[in-house]
Design a protein around this ligand. Sequence first.
Ligand SMILES: [Fe+2]
Length: 130
Amino acid sequence: MPAQLDHTIVHSSDRFASARFLTGLLGAPEPRAYGPFAAVPLANGVTVDYADSIVASDRIVMQHLAFLVAEDEFDEIYARITDRGLPHWGDPGHTEPQQINHRHRGRGVYVDDPDGHSLEFLTHPYVTDE
Ligand SMILES: [Fe+2]
């Protein structure tokens, strides 16, 4: 294995609002203030560092972040999504509104964060040989 991803920076119009959106869905602890970032540490050691963007919020380029979760965690996350009335999709192209998918031997769902970054929650890694 050549390397492990340690952290990534996600631009946002309000770093703590975006970080709390994610931790709220995950049921994770409050984001940590770390320098100019609102940091969300994940179970595999990767940290998502939200940063207030230096460009206008309408110029933030959408990123896609996918979170592998257990089946029971998916149930909890999906309940939070529906309890909050959040638009969600079963596909990344937003053609399957208010649905989850059952692809890749698991379940998956997509939600947009406050800046339009696409958050995916899935219960099984992508299967490329199907
Ligand atoms: Fe994905």
